[in-house]
Ligand binder design. Structure first.
Ligand code: AMP
Ligand code: MG
Length: 353
């Protein structure tokens, strides 16, 4: 219970009807009063909390920034850069410099993850009904046809002219795997520009810590239990970093197939076009770059444990908490001293360099 009371952020997200857990006042913060705002953007509930004299102005600027980015990156808002690219019918579409940069970086990470991050799965994501919540399972023929459209090599992004071309008829893009991490990074940077040195931003399953708690101790961020609605597998100490989780439990629908309940979740394996089932139930990335954290939480979830560990060893620049389907928690070694397991999840393995 004490551990619960000390939590400042919870990585809860996604399932329709979600409610983020309250952010109780942390132990040791009794004399510092935070400014807090809560709003709905990018398809999720966002809670931003900041301390200090510029907190209120900083939070307002942060919310405006997130709203601005949603206007650029949404795949459902008509007129957004992403919607215009998707309506482009294969012609070059001129977008904002920022969108072009975001897409260029997404292509780079797609290449470095051997295609595990693939933002051009959008036609298939839409066929499953994730954007509209009108869920269905596409036939194998439809799935394979739409998978062929997810061909990153057919895409051109010219960051000089901000022109984006999706080279195949029927192709589409979503930046749903990276937009919230990018937005939380921008919001955190803005708060720092406003002179805020202590803030915690919760954007659905994404947490971004600015500085530490007002008393100088690290923020305590819960890593959600992927097998229950309100538990957590452990708590991370976090200072000036993003803590970003992807998991099949965050958004899914279920259908009866041959007398069994089959879960279709929202993270697709670009090799098959089916939801990724590679032995992982969730992946949490800890890094000082929110965009990278969001991109990699999705990509490493697709990869599975062994490939994810190999990627971490080869690339560096981030740490990870990986929860396998049997409830074992794997930590990359940089987190060993920053993680406290919860009851029932004491099985913790360290991934060494
Ligand atoms: P996240 O919650 O950050 O893991 O992002 C998942 C979202 O990204 C999904 O809701 C889809 O819109 C999209 N998506 C699904 N599979 C992939 C993938 N393999 N690569 C990139 N984006 C994906
Ligand atoms: Mg992501």
């Amino acid at each position: 219970m004490l551990a619960l009371l000390a939590l400042c952020g919870c990585t809860q997200n996604g399932a329709p009807g979600e409610t983020p857990s309250a952010s109780p006042q942390a132990v040791g913060e009794a004399d510092a009063t935070p400014q807090e705002i809560m709003f709905f953007a990018m398809d999720t509930i966002m809670q931003l909390k900041a301390y200090g004299e510029n907190a209120q102005e900083g939070l307002q600027a942060a919310q405006e920034e997130i709203d601005r980015l949603e206007q650029l990156f949404s795949h459902t808002l008509e007129g957004s850069d992403i919607s215009r690219i998707n309506a482009g019918g294969g012609a070059a579409v001129t977008v904002s410099e920022e969108t072009a940069q975001l897409l260029a970086r997404t292509l780079e990470i797609g290449a470095s993850t051997d295609g595990a991050l693939n933002s051009f799965l959008y036609p298939l994501v839409a066929a499953y009904g994730f954007p509209t919540q009108e869920y269905r399972v596409p036939s194998e023929e439809e799935r394979l046809r739409l998978l062929e459209l997810a061909d990153a090599s057919a895409v051109t992004v010219d960051t000089g002219t901000a022109a984006v071309t999706l080279g195949l008829p029927g192709m589409g893009v979503t930046v749903g795997a990276v937009a919230k991490g990018y937005a939380s990074q921008r919001a955190a940077d803005l708060l720092r520009e406003y002179g805020v040195t202590s803030a915690l931003l919760t954007l659905g399953g994404n947490i971004q810590a600015v500085g530490a708690k007002p008393d100088g101790t690290p923020w305590r961020v819960a890593v959600q239990d992927p097998f229950s609605d309100d538990g957590f597998v452990g708590v991370l100490s976090a200072t000036d970093c993003a803590v970003i989780t992807s998991g099949g439990y965050q958004r899914y629908f279920e259908v009866e197939e041959n007398g069994e309940t089959v879960r279709y979740h929202h993270i697709l394996d670009p090799k098959t076009g089916l939801p990724a089932y590679n032995g992982l139930s969730s992946v949490t990335i800890v890094t000082d770059d929110g965009y990278l954290g969001d991109a990699l939480s999705t990509a490493l979830f697709v990869m599975g444990l062994d490939q994810a560990a190999a990627y971490w060893r080869a690339q560096g620049g981030f740490e990870a908490v990986l929860v396998t389907d049997d409830g074992t928690v794997y930590l990359t070694e940089g987190l060993a001293d920053l993680y406290e397991p919860s009851e029932g999840f004491e099985q913790v393995q360290i991934i060494a360099r």
